[in-house]
Design a protein around this ligand. Structure first.
Ligand SMILES: NC(=O)C1=CN([C@@H]2O[C@H](COP(=O)(O)OP(=O)(O)OC[C@H]3O[C@@H](n4cnc5c(N)ncnc54)[C@H](OP(=O)(O)O)[C@@H]3O)[C@@H](O)[C@H]2O)C=CC1
Ligand SMILES: O=C(O)[C@@H]1CCC=N1
Length: 268
């Protein structure tokens, strides 16, 4: 069984570790971790049962695959806390938004093989969307290993590295847009008289059901929308309100602005 190391044990590292453990792809005893925050080290040791180290160097020295999971701004300084000997021959996965393979290679010895991945938090429930871009040195068996690891917590897709900023703007950040949407739909239900727990449950199930229809039928979302929309009915009244408030443009702009921010992070 592969030995992992999380360099940074924050929100996303926790979501991935919990997902991997739940799917039994890695046992907690094979997950090494370090975080500068004692509170985060405690979560990994006490809640997840992982091997928590007293440095990034020790965590990486004891792994086959290291997952860089600190904020992009701290990646350079963090990578330098690990000695070249500990990085030697490691498969290094970076989930950091924006930070390019070229930058990552500049931080690591030449023997390290670099893969960038952009997952999202639904890995916690086995429904992540992870896009993967590998550097030239990465072997086909490395790619297979990464794909099989992340496939246990959701779907994986290989992309050109140049697409990763857009992926980050869409699926990396996307759960936040959808949570906001569910919260707002629930507010709408409450505004119309539903009790909050009923409204939130209906909103979340509706989003999940609609998403499943897109994925499972392969039909265009516009066509599926038309199936709900009766002439002079309730849905077209709701759709008109959404169009009137510029909802479609707001989503397009959200993804675009997040993409631009990912590009900015690559320059830090
Ligand atoms: N959250 C998400 O949905 C997603 C995040 N990502 C990427 O994942 C990465 C982590 O994001 P996220 O989990 O949200 O961030 P968090 O801030 O929750 O986690 C990062 C952790 O790293 C710690 N840290 C900082 N410096 C070091 C260091 N030198 N050594 C060890 N640990 C350190 C931080 O401690 P402290 O807080 O004390 O600084 C923090 O606990 C980012 O690069 C982000 O772009 C990718 C996909 C989705
Ligand atoms: O907000 C962020 O920067 C990170 C990257 C993608 C999701 N969260």
């Amino acid at each position: 069984m592969v030995r992992l190391a999380f360099v940074g044990a924050g929100q996303m590292a926790e979501a991935l570790a919990k997902g991997f453990i739940a799917k039994k792809v890695v046992t907690s005893s094979k997950i090494n971790a370090y975080d500068i925050s004692e509170a985060r080290r405690r979560v990994f040791a006490e809640e997840l049962g992982c091997k928590v180290h007293d440095s990034n160097d020790s965590a990486v020295a004891n792994c086959d695959v290291a997952i860089l999971a600190v904020k992009p701004q701290y990646l350079g300084a963090t990578a330098r806390t690990v000695s070249p000997e500990s990085w030697d021959n490691k498969l290094v996965l970076s989930i950091a938004a924006g930070v390019t393979i070229e930058t990552l290679k500049g931080l690591l010895p030449p023997s390290a093989r670099v893969v960038r991945i952009m997952p999202n938090t639904p890995c916690l429930v086995g429904e992540s969307a992870s896009a993967i871009a590998a550097s030239e040195e990465v072997t086909p068996s490395d790619v297979e290993l990464v794909k099989s690891l992340f496939a246990t917590v959701g779907m994986t897709i290989s992309v050109e590295e140049s697409f990763l900023d857009a992926v980050t703007g869409l699926s990396g950040s996307g759960p936040a847009y959808v949570f906001l949407m569910i919260e707002a739909l629930s507010d709408g239900g409450v505004r119309s008289g539903l009790p909050r727990p009923v409204a939130t449950k209906l909103a979340a199930q509706t989003v999940m059901g609609a998403a499943k229809m897109v994925l499972e039928t392969g039909r265009h979302p516009g066509e599926l929308k038309d199936m709900v929309t009766s002439p002079a009915g309730t849905t077209i009244a709701g759709v008109h309100a959404l169009e009137d408030h510029g909802t479609r443009a707001a989503f397009i702009d959200a993804v675009y602005k997040a993409t631009l921010r990912s590009k900015e992070l690559s320059k830090l």
